[in-house]
Ligand binder design. Structure first.
Ligand code: FES
Length: 152
């Protein structure tokens, strides 16, 4: 049975203004960004070659992928360098409940995480459920249950 419940993945204050962090949630990795007082949740996997978008630079409502600098709009995931292509990274609804940052996670997101181009690519291991967060920007090895805080 599919559920689209909001899950607490971080707390207000966990992500400095103008930065992103990745969090495991369900069967996906969420890049959570804090830009101009708002929070945005995108799939953390760049649709180009799979880099961790949360390692990218946040600027003007967009994140620049750390590998090849493709820019994705935080509000809808659209690839801004060629917006007519329609290429975008999946986005997720975000809400703030008290000091909890909650994201609506669909139960099946694996197909949305496949990079658009894989020839010669190596998925970024820095933010993946298969790799511990100790060598990456991931803030939580295990997704917190609702009401719990992700810890570093
Ligand atoms: S632009 Fe993101 S992996 Fe190339």
């Amino acid at each position: 049975m599919a559920t689209d419940d909001f899950q607490t993945i971080a707390r207000v204050g966990d992500i400095p203004e103008g930065q992103g962090r990745c969090f495991p949630a369900g069967d996906t990795m969420i890049g959570l960004f804090h830009d101009q007082g708002q929070y945005f949740a995108l799939s953390d996997f760049c649709p180009h070659m799979g880099a961790s978008l949360s390692d990218g630079h946040v600027e003007d409502g967009a994140v620049l992928c750390p590998w090849h600098a493709w820019r994705f709009r935080l509000s809808d995931g659209l690839w801004l360098d060629n917006s007519r292509s329609g290429i975008r990274t999946p986005t997720f609804d975000v809400r703030i409940e008290g000091d909890a940052i909650q994201v609506r996670i669909p139960t099946t997101t694996a197909s949305a995480e496949e990079p658009a181009e894989t020839e010669g690519s190596t998925p970024n291991p820095s933010c993946s459920p298969d790799h511990p967060p100790s060598d990456s920007g991931c803030l939580s090895e295990n997704p917190p249950s609702d009401g719990e805080t992700a810890s570093s």
